[in-house]
Design a protein. Structure first.
Length: 103
């Protein structure tokens, strides 16, 4: 995990391999609740976004847009994976994900 200070706050980044479970906790290292998290899966070209206070993960596909309910982010973790579609909610089994968190 990389942590950088910016004029507007902290930015961290990292990666993880999906394990196909619901509400999986990913440590973000900001020390405070992120305002925004961007997740990219290069295996299936899916982009996800998490926004503070919503408890939702948004998915951007080439032809559509959706959202899935997940556990809301906190000062230690952001969460990925919804049982309706692990691949589209940031936790597809065996998929490699890269993320950036802004706090």
């Amino acid at each position: 995990m990389k942590i950088k200070e910016a004029g507007f706050g902290k930015v961290t980044s990292g990666s993880y391999t999906g394990n196909g479970t619901a509400n999986r906790a990913i440590p973000h290292g900001l020390g405070r609740k992120p305002k925004y998290v961007k997740i990219q899966n290069l295996d299936i070209n899916v982009q996800n976004e998490l926004l503070a206070e919503l408890g939702l993960i948004f998915v951007h596909l080439e032809t559509s847009f959706g959202r899935f309910t997940i556990t809301d982010m906190d000062t230690v973790y952001f969460y990925v994976g919804n049982t309706d579609s692990y691949n589209n909610s940031g936790n597809g089994l065996g998929c490699e994900y890269y993320w950036v968190a802004f706090g």
